[in-house]
Structure formats: C-alpha cells, structure tokens
Design a protein. Structure first.
Length: 483
C-alpha cells in the first residue's frame, strides 16, 4: 500500500495563512530561485502584464550578462534559470499563452551567449533549454487562432540565426498546432531566407552560415510534411549534398504513398557516409567499421520489392542481409513472412549460420538478443579458450545475462575477464577482478556439473591455479574474497 505523502494541500492548509506566509518568507530569504517563484506568483495576482514585466527584467539581465560561469557555479545558475522558466510556464502561460511563448522564445535566443560563457560539462543547462522546446509546443496548443497568425514571425525573429538547432526543434513542436495557411506563409518566408543564405555561403567557408542554411531547409521539410507535400519534401532532400541525404526515409515515404518505382530508385542510391561506426562486438572481432543504416536499407528495399509482387526476391534479400550481419531484426522480418510450419527449420538454419560465423562476438551478441541462451552458452563453451578479457565492456554484460540459466557459460566469461586483469597486472582493475571472483564463487555449485561435462577445470582447481600463478599480486589478494 502506497504511503500517504506527509505534505499535501490539506495538511498545509491546517497551518493557517499567517504561519504559511512566514515559512514562505523564511525559505525565500534562503533561496534566490524560490524567491523568484514567489515574486512571480505575487505578480500573477495583478494580471499577466505584471508577470511579463518581472520576467522581462530577468531576461534583460540574462541577455546583458558576459561573465564566465565556472563549474562550481553551474548548479545555482541552472536553478536560477529554472525559476524563471517556472515563472513563465507556471504563472504567465495560464493567463496569457501568447505572452508566455514570446518569453520562452526570447529565453531560447540566449542559448548561444549562455553556452559560450559556461562550463556545462554535465549538460544541466543545455537540458533546461531543450526542455523549453516541449513547453513551447504545449503552450502553443492553447494560443488563440488570431495570435497564432504571427507566431512564425516571432519564432524567426528569435531563432532565425540560432546555430544550436532550436529553430528546427521549435518548428517541429509548434507545426501541429498551426493551420495550413499559416504553414504555407511560414514556408514562403523560409524559402526566401534559404535562397539568401545559399547565395551568401556558396563556395565559402562560412560554416555557421551553411549550418543555418541547412537548418532552414530542414524546417521547410517539416512544413512540407505537415502540408502533405511529398514532392516538396523530396525536392528539398534532393537539394542536399549526397552524403547528407536521408535516402532511406524518402524511400519509406514513397513506399507508403505507393510510388514503388521511385522508392526503389531512392533506396538504391549510393552515397558515401561521412561517419562510420563500430559496435563493441566489431571491435572484439576486429572486423572494421560499419556503414550506418545498412540493415535498415536492406529491409526497406525488401519491402518495396515485395510490394512490387516479387516476394521470393524480397526474402532472398532479407536472408542475405542476415547472413552478412547476423542482425536479429533482419531475421525476424524474414521469419514473419514465412508460411505455416516453415519457421522452425528456418530458425535452426539461421542459428547454425550464427554458430558457424567467424565473428564469434557478433554471434554471441545475436544469441543474447534473440534470445537463445542455450545456443549462446554452447558458443561460449566451444570457444572457451578464445574469449579475450580485455573486451570487458562486451563480456561482462554477457556473463551477467547468462548467470541465472547458464552458469557454466557465465563462469567461462568471468574467468576470461579475471585472467586478463591478473595476466596484465592491472592493479586499477583489481576491485573488478575481486567482484568477478566473488561471482565465480557464487556460481560454482550450479556450474559444477556442466563444467565437468565440458572438460573444464572445477572451481576449486581454478582458484588453486590463480593462487599458484598470481600469488605474488598482493594488491589483488588483499581485496579478493576469502574461501
């Protein structure tokens, strides 16, 4: 049964007005942010103009400020900003949504100057600014139609030159609450701005100008989406450099619209990505980098081909993608389209493909995600001499997943992790090694039978070998669990 909160409106009301007022005064004297909230609440009793005047004073001070804010002052600074935002959302918005949105936009426009003079390594202040975007969307829904007519102008005036992406974020937040004529007017304004920015930055190294031009184009795509203008959306995407085009998203839109030939053309467009990535399993297997969206591209192409009536070709593409990537999602899409009673044989074949893969870390990742912990355990034990403990970011979570149902496999991985720490005498990791040994101690009874069947040394023998090989590592044994 949930406990009743010790503080609630009913209980506080019993204190009486005068006593509550004294408590508020005492806290206001101690906390500047709380004092600002109280002042805003008092101003609200006089109407929205009084609250707006108070908030404008605070915003003017924020706009004028130039001093650098060290990390130890970030939290009180963030609390001070949060009090102002709270005043706008909590006191001004209920009385005048339009005035509240104006102040939030003005607040967002200070982001560049604020971020340049603050050590916000933990992202506390940036998180506050990002939260304002959602508030703007919520409050916009309550603005009367006549006030919405000029909202785009106010947004552009406040954020048109902002390089932190808030123009795009705000446009997404408010677009659902604007009618089509307002969206069209906004798009016309954006088109003119985009033309000027493109002309001014063509062939230039004005990175900020180019970033603004890209942002304006992205906002225009938001307008096109809300207006249902698919051709306009595609034209804007086609105007981007090849490496920046989201060909997968456009192909999906065309597929939804039934424009299959165009969808296939977009999904098969080749572009050289600027950024590639590696997963932990790739690093462990030494397989190199991946191109973002490879699996998603194949899955969308398969859906397009299937929509064209060639299901066998679509299924072949899905299976080929699975074989190349061992992606669980690709296999699921393949299996979902099989006929009755075909699933079981197909899954056995897929699991055999994974088990036989040279990329054993990728295969283990696949079995853990599917999940097939029995297959994962078999893979771990079959390759028990090949797991490298230095890949602890991958192996430690895998061991934790296997602990309950497959303790012998978890034991193999924990031993690999501990052996690596001790073999390399990583004294700063002795604490982690001690925790691994504690898990091995705990798993020993449950793992004993399967370890024996696999021909793996029992826990007592393993512990003895540790003491024999690494007995002089006093730093480890000082923290290791005692038998």
């Amino acid at each position: 049964m949930a406990r009743t909160p010790s503080l609630n409106v009913e209980k506080l009301s019993e204190l009486g007005t005068e006593r509550l007022a004294r408590l508020v005064l005492d806290e206001a004297a101690r906390s500047a942010p709380f004092r600002k909230l109280v002042n805003a609440a008092l101003a609200a009793t006089k109407g929205p103009d009084a609250v707006a005047k108070l908030i404008d004073k605070r915003l003017s001070a924020l706009e004028r400020a130039r001093s650098f804010i060290d990390w130890e002052k970030v939290k009180p600074f963030q609390q001070d900003l949060a009090a102002t935002v709270g005043s706008i959302v909590g006191e001004l918005a209920p009385a005048s949504p339009a005035m509240a949105v104006d102040r939030l936009l003005r607040f967002l426009s200070t982001s560049e100057s604020v971020f340049e003079r603050i050590d916000d390594s933990r992202g506390q202040v940036q998180e506050l600014y990002a939260g304002m975007v959602e508030s703007i969307g919520d409050i916009t829904a309550r603005i009367a139609a006549p006030d919405k007519e000029y909202l785009a102008d106010r947004i552009m005036a406040a954020l048109g030159d902002n390089s932190y992406g808030y123009l795009l974020a705000v446009s997404r937040a408010v677009a659902d609450h604007l009618d089509k004529p307002a969206l069209r007017r906004w798009d016309e304004q954006l088109a003119g701005r985009q033309q000027k920015l493109d002309a001014a930055t063509k062939g230039d190294r004005d990175w900020k100008g180019q970033a603004l031009a890209r942002q304006v184009r992205d906002v225009r795509q938001v307008m096109a989406e809300k207006l249902g203008d698919l051709d306009g959306l595609i034209a804007l995407e086609a105007s981007k450099p090849e490496h920046a085009q989201d060909t997968i998203a456009i192909a999906e839109r065309l597929l939804e619209a039934g424009r299959l030939k165009e969808a296939l053309d977009w999904i098969r467009r080749k572009s050289r990505p600027v950024i590639r990535y590696m997963r932990m399993s790739d690093l462990a297997d030494g397989t190199g980098t991946r191109e973002p969206g490879t699996v998603a591209r194949s899955m969308v192409e398969a859906r397009i081909i299937e929509a064209q009536g060639d299901k066998p070709a679509a299924q072949k593409l899905r299976w080929t993608c699975f074989e190349a990537t061992l992606d669980a999602g690709a296999l699921r899409e393949y299996v979902e389209r099989l006929g009755d009673f075909e699933e079981f044989d197909t899954l056995d074949r897929a699991f055999d493909v994974a088990s036989g893969s040279k990329q054993r870390y990728l295969a283990l990742e696949f079995f853990l995600k599917w999940p097939r912990l029995d297959r994962a355990a078999r893979l771990v034990i079959e390759h028990r001499r090949n797991w490298e403990g230095r890949h602890y970011d991958f192996l430690a979570p895998a061991a934790e997943i296997l602990e309950h149902e497959r303790p012998a496999a978890a034991t193999v991985l924990y031993r690999a992790l501990l052996d690596d720490i001790l073999a390399r005498a990583k004294s700063n990791a002795y604490g982690a090694g001690a925790r691994h040994l504690a898990r091995l101690d705990a798993l020993a009874p449950a793992a004993a039978a399967d370890l024996r069947l696999a021909g793996i040394d029992p826990h007592a023998a393993y512990r003895a070998s540790l003491r024999k090989t690494h007995g002089r590592k006093a730093g480890f044994w000082a923290v290791a669990p005692k038998v």
